[in-house]
Design a protein around this ligand. Structure first.
Ligand code: CTP
Ligand code: MG
Length: 171
């Protein structure tokens, strides 16, 4: 399987639609304390995990935790869809403000795979149209994501490639 090199001191973005397997991969590749999850932050500021009005506050929290951890020179992984360029840019900027590199690992699965998995989830209800919009954003940006300031950009295509990959932090 592929070896995904990421900075051992810096920021790692997991990028992919809902149901692409970001949280599952994060648990395999990183320690729980290294992972900052937008869903976990949403849960902290809202009693209803599907309350989208909490999104702004949730991401303020994500950004604040990322900044605190990077200030302390800790490897930090953001588990959020990050399919929108502006969302990635904001996080890359925080890394740059701390003079640290950022890497991105894109989990590129088909809508069929994501929808099939989401249908079986008990934690959240994600309609196919949401995945479709996320995937449009991602597809459009993929070609130019190498110009967004990432030191490393890994694009994993399909379930097998994701399952076989492992992460290797490098200095
Ligand atoms: N899943 C699976 N096989 C994988 C990866 C994930 O069956 N190789 C399942 C998970 O158990 C989960 C669902 O697919 O029920 C979604 O995976 P998850 O990692 O939660 O996806 P995320 O990308 O984190 O989705 P979200 O953005 O909605 O948090
Ligand atoms: Mg998740």
């Amino acid at each position: 399987g592929r070896v995904l090199r990421v900075p051992d001191t810096g920021l790692v973005l997991l990028v992919g639609v809902s149901g692409s397997g970001k949280s599952t991969a994060a648990a395999r590749w990183f320690r729980p304390t290294q992972v900052v999850s937008s869903d976990a932050c949403r849960a902290l500021v809202s009693d209803d995990e599907n309350d989208l009005s909490a999104t702004g506050d949730a991401f303020e929290l994500v950004n604040a935790i990322v900044a605190k951890r990077l200030k302390r020179r800790l490897l930090t992984v953001v588990d959020a869809t990050s399919v929108r360029k502006d969302d990635r840019a904001q996080l890359v900027r925080i890394a740059k403000e701390h003079d640290l590199p950022a890497a991105a690992i894109v989990l590129d699965v088909t809508e069929g795979t994501a929808n099939k998995r989401n249908a079986g989830r008990t934690d959240r209800d994600i309609p196919p149209r949401v995945v479709s919009r996320q995937r449009q954003n991602l597809r459009r940006d993929l070609k130019r994501m190498d110009r967004e300031g990432f030191r490393r950009l890994h694009v994993l295509r399909g379930e097998e490639e994701i399952a076989a990959a492992r992460v290797e932090p490098e200095r």
